[in-house]
Design a protein around this ligand. Sequence first.
Ligand code: SD4
Length: 343
Amino acid sequence: MLNRRKFISGSALGSLGVLLGKDAHSSSINRVPDAPLVVSTWDAGMDANRAAWEVLKTGGRALDAVERGVMETENSLNCCVGLGGNPDRDGFVTLDACIMDEQGNCGSVAFLERVKHPIAVARRVMEKTPHVMLVGSGAQQFALAEGFKLESAELSEDAQRAYKTWLEKSNYAPPEKNIENNKQHGPFAPTRLDNGEWNHDTIGMIALDKSGNLSGSCTTSGAGFKMRGRVGDSPLIGSGLYVDNEVGACTATGQGEEIIRIAGSHLVVEFMRNGLRPEEACKKAIGRLVNMRKDKLGDVQICFLAIDRSGSFGAFALRPGFTYAVRSRHEEKIHKAKSWFDK
Ligand code: SD4
């Protein structure tokens, strides 16, 4: 798992010559007056943004950019997102994703197995069905009918290693016997590494195109070693992602169970509607959760990333270590979000 994380940081940062620390800064007011702009969660967002930028720079639509961008991350089998991610407790990788455009159109898939690009399936749900969300075998059946390929169920090498370790250390029991354990200890997503960094499983991306339209996408393998059937915030419109073209857009990463409790991304957009700037809106949503959950939050991480319709962007996290990638005509770099707690 650590290797996978290192791989991402190495490739994204190394190829761009970006140094975290020196170049990274906490963004309180980041105004990018002219579109286009794309932002996405964590360091892996650098590569994803580059793919999205190919669409945006030629005047393409934000919707196409956010689909194309996160497909880059889903493609990387060494990565934490997509089929290369960690499996559930029973050893199966299950994927969640959603997408939303400037007109309030949205599509989502959850608990989807053996399909490489859940984000593209989510877009098909949006465009080709009367529904917003398909799950499990129904989502897979729809994907195959749409021409998506059924991939092997074999775990990536990193995931096999991580699963083996998890099975050794964990008191594995059928999920129903693990409910107490689960209440106390997880599922944790992302998990904290020994060096204090976060090992994450998700990419959320939002873009503003040249026409001034917003769209967003979010895709994940969810919490590693989750109970079978568990779905997090990432495919839930309003929790992992929300777009309102009149106001702004937000995506979330971190412990999905907590983000769902406050319909986090929708809440951030509503705070922006009331006049808060993106970072302030993200901070207020974190504050809502801290106040609601008090000492029940444990050691989890929760992060929001938002942009408003004028192209200001900002983020805020519960704990230090949340990074996000920004690509505009003015910059291509990783930012470090401020946090509620200092550890
Ligand atoms: C989930 N929010 O399934 C996702 C996990 C995540 O980095 O963000 N991991 O709860």
